[in-house]
Design a protein around this ligand. Structure first.
Ligand SMILES: O=C[C@H](O)COP(=O)(O)O
Length: 254
């Protein structure tokens, strides 16, 4: 099964209009890797439309960072999946650990959001990952399997509609990463779980990203780990000079 790598940048709550020059520089630099690696930028909602316009016609696509489970309604401050699509998004990150922690999002909430994303024609990038205490207790695989089972719906899941991102909470923004064997173990377990639930074709087609302190300095080794089909990058996605070497590492791995 050939899976085109995806390197997605999650700008989180960072970025004003002036930051779009970095998106343009990323689009310019990623052009040479078109076909070998998909590249996506997920800015804050306030920048989504402008970023989508800024990268229009390039190999870079735009994504959102969250959506509401409903398509419309009285939900002050929330953003619906059709609004993201209308603003130019092709995908949306769902169930990020920062949303699970800051907003109490449960697996059931995430699953409803995945269905909403699919209803709007968006790819759902579903995040899972254990805390440090859970890893220390030997529970990492069980936690990830449980989050995966609860966060994905039974219907509408395909290699084109779902991407899974494994993000150990303790590796996010800390400069620490799991050893390659541990990443391989979790990704192998996720692949097995997806194949068991959705069948070999779908389970083999869904891309599995690693996220958590991915940098230029570790991207080559992470890209070489079995069943790692890309990266979800936070801090190092804010500047083209930091992000493009990561794109290059995954494009070269294809
Ligand atoms: O969504 C991205 C992740 O939370 C990783 O963030 P980070 O690359 O800053 O560690």
């Amino acid at each position: 099964m050939t899976r085109t790598p995806l390197v997605a940048g999650n700008w989180k709550m960072n970025g004003l209009a002036g930051h779009l020059v970095e998106a343009q520089a990323i689009a310019a630099g990623a052009a040479v890797h078109a076909g070998a690696c998909e590249v996506m930028l997920c800015p804050p909602a306030t920048l989504l439309s402008r970023l989508a316009d800024a990268v229009s016609g390039t190999a870079v696509t735009a994504g959102g960072q969250d959506c509401h489970a409903n398509a419309t309604g009285a939900h002050t401050g929330d953003v619906a999946a059709p609004m993201l699509a209308d603003a130019g998004a092709r995908a949306v990150i769902l169930g990020h650990s920062e949303r699970r922690a800051d907003h109490g999002e449960t697996d059931a909430d995430v699953r409803a959001k995945v269905a909403a994303a699919h209803g709007a024609g968006l790819v759902a990038i579903v995040c899972v990952g254990e805390t440090e205490a859970q890893r220390d207790a030997g529970q990492a695989l069980d936690v990830v399997r449980s989050q995966l089972a609860g966060s994905l719906p039974d219907e509408g899941v395909s290699g084109a509609s779902v991407v899974v991102a494994y993000e150990p909470v303790w590796a996010i923004g800390t400069g620490r990463t799991p050893v390659e064997e541990d990443i391989a173990e979790v990704h192998g377990a996720m692949r097995a779980a997806l194949t068991a639930r959705y069948g070999a074709e779908t389970g083999g087609a869904i891309r599995l990203l690693y996220g958590g302190s991915v940098k230029a300095g570790n991207a080559v080794s992470i890209a070489g780990v079995a069943d790692v089909d890309g990266a979800l990058v936070g801090g190092a996605s804010l500047k083209a000079a930091d992000f493009l070497p990561i794109v290059e590492a995954f494009a070269a791995e294809r």
